[in-house]
Design a protein around this ligand. Structure first.
Ligand code: FES
Length: 106
């Protein structure tokens, strides 16, 4: 795998009245924050964080998925994003981000 971790952040936006969407749940601002902090932490060369279209877990959004592990997250705030970046991305400590994980069957 080219990147050590490759994180997809759904930022799909649906019209009001349609099914919920990550874009309406604040995902674009979170994505911008995560990309900015990734660069500031000096992790940009090894880690890729990028936007994605709908990942079909819309009601749980904003949602993100990280490969190669295939681990799903629901990071909703900048504080969540900071915990994710500092612990899961930088230190590879999955225990400290359990509260951000989505179960496979949700
Ligand atoms: S809109 Fe994000 S998972 Fe569907």
């Amino acid at each position: 795998m080219y990147y050590k971790k490759h994180v997809f952040v759904c930022d799909n936006i649906r019209e009001e009245g349609e099914r919920p969407s990550c874009g309406r749940a604040g995902s674009p601002l979170l994505l911008a924050y995560m990309k900015k902090r990734l660069k500031e932490l000096g992790l940009k060369d090894r880690i890729r964080i990028q936007r994605s279209g709908c990942l079909d877990r819309c009601e749980l959004g904003p949602v993100q998925v990280s490969y190669p592990e295939g681990i799903w997250f629901s990071i909703k705030t900048e504080e969540d994003a900071e915990i994710f970046l500092r612990n899961y991305i930088e230190k590879e400590n999955a225990d400290s981000i359990r509260h951000l994980l989505l179960e496979d069957e949700n």
